[in-house]
Ligand binder design. Sequence first.
Ligand code: FAD
Length: 467
Amino acid sequence: MTLLKQLAGIVGPTNVLTDAADLAPYLVEERGLYRGAAQAVVRPGSTEQVAEVVKACAAAGISMVPQGGNTGLCGGGVPSEDGGSVVISTERLNRIRRIDPIDFTLTAEAGCVLVNLQQAAAEVGCLFPLSLGAEGSCRIGGNISTNAGGTNVLRYGNTRDLVLGLEVVLPDGRVWNGLKRLRKDNTGYALQHLFIGAEGTLGIVTAAVLKLFPQPTEIQTALIALTDLDAALVLLARARRASGDAVTGCELIPRIGLELGARHVPGVRDPFEAAHPWYLLLELSSSRPGGLRHALEEMLAEALGEGLAVDAVLADSVEQRRALWRIREAIPEAQKKEGGSIKHDVAVATSLVPEMIRRCTRAVEAAMPGVRVVPFGHLGDGNTHFNLTQPESADKQVFLAQWDRMNRIVHDIVTEMEGSISAEHGIGRLKVAELAHYKPALDLDLMRRLKSAMDPRGLMNPGKILS
Ligand code: FAD
């Protein structure tokens, strides 16, 4: 029997897609950087079906590419162009198996869309704090496999910090059941952490036990105008102290980010009368109502008095809060409409972010006169999306041809500052060469040994992370 017939026998014929039109959305990466090919897209509906599919592919020596919502930004979820692989989509693994407001845990299958998990948690008075721009379409298995960050990391951590247990189908089709709800378990190696951030190279996550938190009942959001980048760090530290460490979001927005958003994205407008070089979007939240507004206002009055901040707006309604977040979230969309953009997703120690931005800006501007630097993002985590927009009159393709050169300039500085060349998006296909260049030889050696121990035939998502 051919492999495709065998797969149809496992998942049903309607869940083995082979028509070009049906395959198309699974074969292109979010930004259109990669377009792959595949024998088929298979959509198993249970862990057992995933295991059977993996066994069949492994027996046939066919490589497999796990895919969630396909919103990843490094090409990890799309197959290579050779067309030899099978894409295994988790979209039918979408049940919430258990939700427990006493344990503060939620057990969900890998294909659950992130926003649905947030809503399910809210229905029982809890918060699942992972939050990112793609939350309406990314799936929890993808979030786990990329160790996604997002806007609440400062207070709640990365996805890794939100996972208690996992269920994983290994590259040979065996099911590893690590689906524990334990907060403490020191019985040897914490195996679940191997799969978190592994981008589907070590197995297919089929379910997870996730941590929940009390739902905030008070949220205060402010957009603060600054003349000086260093002031942002002082304000962040002060807000943490003044609020009893209730800062849940701390996003940096440069003037050009706001301008591009207002130019290209409906609903984005500058809430200030004057233009300012930097803005800090600060959000405080607590499950204990009362007190945060006062703390924020007091802190801001002091900062304005001292000249640390120049102006500030506080959200008075849910709509106003959304409008302030829209300014931040619109930046990538606005950059896309402005022409070519070269991306960096870097991290340094939080206290070094201003210096990193200044050094990288000087270096890229010297290397490419006219380039427009748009550094924005999760300041509270030391994570900057140090993005570059093409010079106004430049040709997009000529600009994009500079991608590797610009990456090298920025990544050299970040590495010199003991930072990371991929803070939250992962490696995928996009940064395989960069990882090989910057990661110490011993790290790469350990990673390769781990990969070959768990996937000796290299069938699980080949060509991703490691070459
Ligand atoms: P996919 O893109 O489908 O897959 C990503 C990787 O995980 C691939 O390597 C794939 O093979 C693997 N994978 C997927 N599912 C499984 C599974 N069940 N088992 C094993 N491997 C699997 N990321 C952030 O970290 N922070 C942000 O703030 C952020 N904002 C974003 C905003 C926008 C508008 C967009 C488009 C993306 C953003 N991202 C962000 C990137 C992306 O949303 C995340 O990487 C997300 O976690 C990917 O989830 P996904 O389900 O789409 O995974």
